[in-house]
Design a protein around this ligand. Sequence first.
Ligand code: SF4
Ligand code: SF4
Length: 61
Amino acid sequence: MSLKISEDCVACGVCLPECPVSAIAEGEIYVIDAKTCVECKGYFDAPKCAEVCPVDACVPA
Ligand code: SF4
Ligand code: SF4
């Protein structure tokens, strides 16, 4: 299970340093590596990227 980043991403970069497993890569639209993302289980109560994203672009994959 993982999250993905939707087309709503505005490439603000806020999510990148928040990911505890470095699953997010920058780009024109940021990308979550589905194999690396653990949905923040064991780190936070809820997916951190979704929490910090200003445009709600981090969504269930
Ligand atoms: S849900 Fe957590 S582990 Fe997955 S990409 Fe977002 S911050 Fe990283
Ligand atoms: S916080 Fe949201 S808008 Fe900003 S780079 Fe991450 S996914 Fe894109």
